[in-house]
Design a protein around this ligand. Sequence first.
Ligand SMILES: *Cc1c(COP(=O)(O)O)cnc(C)c1O
Length: 361
Amino acid sequence: MGAGRPPRQAGAPVNPPVVLSSTFRADGPLSYSREGNPTWAAFEEVVGLLEGGRALAFASGMAAIAAVVETLPAGAAVVAPADAYSGTRRLLADLASRGRLRLHLVDVTEVKLVAEAADGAALVWLESPTNPLMRVPDLAATCQAAHERGALVAVDNTFATPLLQKPLDLGADVSVHSATKLLAGHSEVLMGVTVCRQEDLLDRLRTRRSLHGAVPGPMEAFMALQGLRTLALRMERAQSSAGELARRLESHPVVSEVLYPGLAGHPDHDLCRRQMSGFGTMVSFVVAGGAVAADAVCGAVQVCTPATSLGGVETLIERRGRWEGEEHLPPGLLRLSVGIEHVEDLWDDLARALEAAHRPG
Ligand SMILES: *Cc1c(COP(=O)(O)O)cnc(C)c1O
């Protein structure tokens, strides 16, 4: 398939050129690179096909999220997950504190609560699975309930990727990604993307992008597109390792809880089986001994890298509770972003680090 590639002509390059030009000769289809750039367009073509809509590339996931929120009128009510990604919560709280919008944080796994809160709201923001508690809202039921009350629905699909979950097919108006994570996949670029089907919403988002100027560089778009080419392979490997590590962690004596929707005991396991075509590459788990023990695990790993972020080819581990605004999390909660290393190397590393963290003295 030739998505995001130059025309299939003899002698044509296989990859799209990186168009490093801020402006374009007058009277053509392109004018100025804040409005559009051919390298973004190649990336957008591929993401749009994967999600089943029209994609717009942004400078970061937060830029994409902010663009969606900024399409709302002043004073609009927004319903969002109480356990949404911390950046999303901080953005919404900041806007609410300045009177730009009204914010209702709810447990989005309870459709009834979202429906109640959606009365009179302009937007329901969802995340599936949530970062880092790995809860999965019922997207189809929630979209229907929100639409009946006249609210738009946006879904942060970063953890699932379009390969595992298609929010637009389930009724969402816009799907949003931090392309920094799994889509680009190599911990090298910051980028975001929105995908929607409705022409008027697409226009409003494009206007936000042009006016706010949160546009990606052509080089970033090229690198993210290169990453997308291997998304399916990376997902397959990382997801299979994530499932294996989750099962082994579950029976580890110093791990008190494993949050992974692929485990039969996960509260959203059955829903996840219906809604997603896989359980993803992210595993959160709680270490007995709280923050001290969890920090010790991060200090002891040698194959995994202690760092924030996720979705790269290298496994990252992080104690989320170390961040401001994440005090609601269990202090010993570690979030593991599983990469594509050999699963036995990862397990040896984790098992050794867990043991080192609990060795007396
Ligand atoms: C990282 C992340 C974001 C923010 O994306 P940036 O590219 O860092 O701006 C948004 N949502 C989720 C779920 C994330 O993990």
